[in-house]
Design a protein around this ligand. Structure first.
Ligand SMILES: [Fe+2]
Ligand SMILES: [Fe+2]
Length: 265
């Protein structure tokens, strides 16, 4: 009988350690060449999360849960450190100490929110405490809708201004997700009365439609960037990274749908 705790822990770590590794790369690319201390620190985080990712891939569903519990703690510690690093960079940017560097403050904040999310997941897994389903549905959607809205803004701002049609499309997604986020926040403040099965089901259905559209847009953008067909300063790996995060959100929505209604979408 495979251990659900082990399986869940490994899934989260495999997904998010690659994400943390890539954040280290994106942050490094945005520093100025004279910022050697920051560049070295980013490179160290890259190695740390690459190592965690490799080890997570070597463990299996049959690994001793006690080994995984210790591993979760170790990863939690590494994620706390990268969170501090990201907030320190945000501090430097917002106090204008990195003039000319190329990381948007919102992007740095965004990656720190993802680190914080990952850290909380690990703590919850080790404590064996998960939100009840109706709370999890609202909390996860509030988190991920904001992440998706940010991605649309990053894409819009990193495309070349001459790519007018694509910039328009990205801005439409940004607006769409801002609206969905506010709907989620409204549903949140109406808790627990808002947590009826039909309301939550409709909430998931509506969010899914927009996430599928955004996921497809990101996939197209990624393919166009990889084929060098459009003008932008988006690293191909960043395009793929935001695409994978949308896929991940879709998997979460589908898992909720299944738990809520017993039906696969
Ligand atoms: Fe990310
Ligand atoms: Fe993201």
């Amino acid at each position: 009988m495979p251990d659900a705790f082990v399986a869940r822990s490994l899934e989260e770590i495999r997904f998010w350690s690659r994400i943390m590794k890539e954040h280290s790369l994106f942050l490094r690319l945005g520093f100025r060449c004279e910022d050697t201390t920051l560049i070295n620190e980013a490179n160290q985080f890259y190695s740390i999360f690459e190592n965690i990712e490799n080890r997570a891939n070597q463990f299996t569903a049959g690994t001793d849960p006690n080994v995984i519990r210790k591993f979760n703690e170790e990863v939690h510690n590494a994620v706390s450190h990268i969170w501090v690093f990201k907030r320190m960079i945000l501090q430097l940017i917002l106090t204008c100490q990195l003039p000319g560097a190329n990381n948007f403050p919102l992007l740095v904040d965004h990656t720190s929110r993802e680190a914080n999310y990952f850290r909380n997941r690990l703590a919850e897994l080790n404590a064996g405490r998960l939100d009840p389903l109706p709370d999890a549905i609202i909390n996860e959607n509030v988190f991920f809708l904001r992440i998706m809205a940010d991605h649309a803004k990053f894409i819009s701002h990193l495309l070349d201004p001459s790519e007018r049609k694509l910039v328009d499309q990205a801005n439409e997604f940004s607006h769409d997700f801002d609206q969905l986020l506010y709907q989620a926040v409204d549903l949140d403040s109406m808790r627990p009365q808002s947590q009826t099965l039909p309301m939550l089901d409709q909430f998931l259905d509506q969010n899914r439609v927009s996430v599928v559209a955004l996921r497809d847009f990101k996939k197209t953008a990624r393919d166009l960037i990889e084929a060098c067909r459009i003008k932008s300063i988006i690293h191909p790996l960043l395009a793929d990274h935001v695409y994978r995060e949308a896929e991940h959100f879709l998997e979460i929505i589908d898992m909720f749908e299944l738990s809520l209604t017993g039906k696969k979408n």
